[in-house]
Design a protein around this ligand. Structure first.
Ligand SMILES: Cc1cc2nc3c(=O)[nH]c(=O)nc-3n(C[C@H](O)[C@H](O)[C@H](O)COP(=O)(O)OP(=O)(O)OC[C@H]3O[C@@H](n4cnc5c(N)ncnc54)[C@H](O)[C@@H]3O)c2cc1C
Length: 337
């Protein structure tokens, strides 16, 4: 990309840092709320959606699991409906095929009841409990003692969503610059200066939606700096000491094809190792407190002229448009010319 000095020096109303689905949805919702806003989105990679957004499961999650009243529950349900509408309007491949959540052991039955309560409290429509026969009517290969049917959930091509969002941002006059890794932010006199290797950009307000560079997608891909930093964080050790069996089992299950297959057979008894193919891995950006507990809800930190999206784990892809709307409402759109 060739930049002219004038375009680099032009002061924007907003700079959004991070070209994943949450950054794109935020830029889009700001432009829709305030047409004519001078918007710049900066992404360090050579194309958009290369990290969590490009390595996720492609599921349209509803708000079944999330605590009623939490931001996650609210934005997941709103976001799911907004995402389906967006896909319909922009011709993005998706299917609202529904999901079943299955209890395979008696001790899971009370948890299923709780999920049903949560889903209803979160406003999901059409939830119903299924008997073993009803499970097989919907999914002939699944087995279980009981299940919940969640008809609003589905699957989607998030890469297609990213492309459509980028097109919309540009149609509304926003600018997207890939290959721009932000190195430093400096705020003085109500203006933020954003430094990248390509040069500096200025804006009145900044949104940071970046996932802090943990980018190893294979077991052999170890970044010593990231590893050292993670191991130096006391919360990680407390988390591992609190849940030793879960941590070791998850590692064991991801390296053992046999164990992975056995865990799947609880849900789909006829599946066998030959049916499994290795897929690509994902790296989840998840905030953790220093006491080792995971930050469950979506989380944002604000200071004058800058809003940081500090925790946007799953289902943030589904909820991205609702997150973008939420962020746009918290920004000072009036100051945009
Ligand atoms: C394995 C896995 C499966 C998942 N499955 C689902 C699912 O099925 N459904 C669902 O709703 N959610 C799912 N999620 C969650 C969802 O994918 C993420 O919550 C969502 O993609 C987060 O989007 P983001 O824009 O915040 O982050 P990202 O997509 O990680 O984007 C952050 C961007 O910031 C850029 N960046 C970083 N540093 C800089 C810098 N210095 N300068 C400029 N740019 C920078 C990065 O290159 C990146 O493009 C899944 C997550 C994982 C890990």
């Amino acid at each position: 990309m060739v930049y002219t000095r004038a375009s680099i020096l032009m002061r924007r109303d907003f700079i959004v840092i991070g070209g994943g689905i949450v950054g794109l949805a935020t830029a889009l919702r700001i432009l829709e709320a305030k047409p004519g806003t001078k918007m710049l989105l900066l992404e360090k990679e050579s194309s958009l959606g290369r990290h969590q957004t490009g390595h996720n499961s492609g599921v349209l999650h509803a708000g079944l699991y999330y605590k009623p009243g939490s931001l996650k529950a609210k934005l997941a349900v709103e976001g799911l409906r907004q995402m389906v509408d967006f896909c319909q309007r922009h011709g993005v491949a998706h299917e609202v095929c529904g999901k079943i959540v299955v209890a395979t052991e008696p001790r899971e039955l009370p948890r299923l009841e709780k999920l049903l309560e949560r889903g209803s409290a979160n406003g999901l429509q059409g939830l119903r409990k299924l008997s073993p026969d009803q499970i097989r009517e919907i999914e002939p290969h699944a087995a279980g003692l009981a299940a919940i049917h969640v008809p609003e959930e589905g699957i989607v091509d998030y890469a297609g969503v990213v492309e459509a969002m980028a097109r919309e941002i540009q149609r509304l006059g926003g600018e997207i610059r890939t290959g721009n890794s932000v190195k430093r932010l400096k705020g003085t006199g109500g203006v933020w200066r954003v430094e990248t290797e390509q040069g500096g950009f200025e804006a009145r307000q900044i949104v940071v939606v970046l996932a802090m560079a943990r980018e190893g997608y294979t077991w052999g891909n170890i970044h010593i700096g990231d590893l050292t930093e993670s191991l130096a964080f006391p919360g990680l050790w407390k988390f591992m000491l609190k849940y030793p069996s879960i941590c070791s089992y998850e590692i064991w299950r991801s390296v053992s094809r046999n164990e992975f297959c056995r865990s799947l057979q609880k849900l789909v008894p006829e599946i066998c190792e030959q049916d499994l193919e290795a897929g690509s891995a994902g790296v989840r950006a998840q905030a953790m407190s220093s006491d080792g507990s995971l930050v469950e809800d979506f989380s944002f930190v604000e200071e004058p002229g800058i809003l940081h999206v500090v925790n946007a784990p799953s289902p943030a892809a589904t909820a991205s448009l609702a997150i973008g709307e939420y962020v746009a409402r918290r920004l000072d759109l009036k100051s945009a010319k």
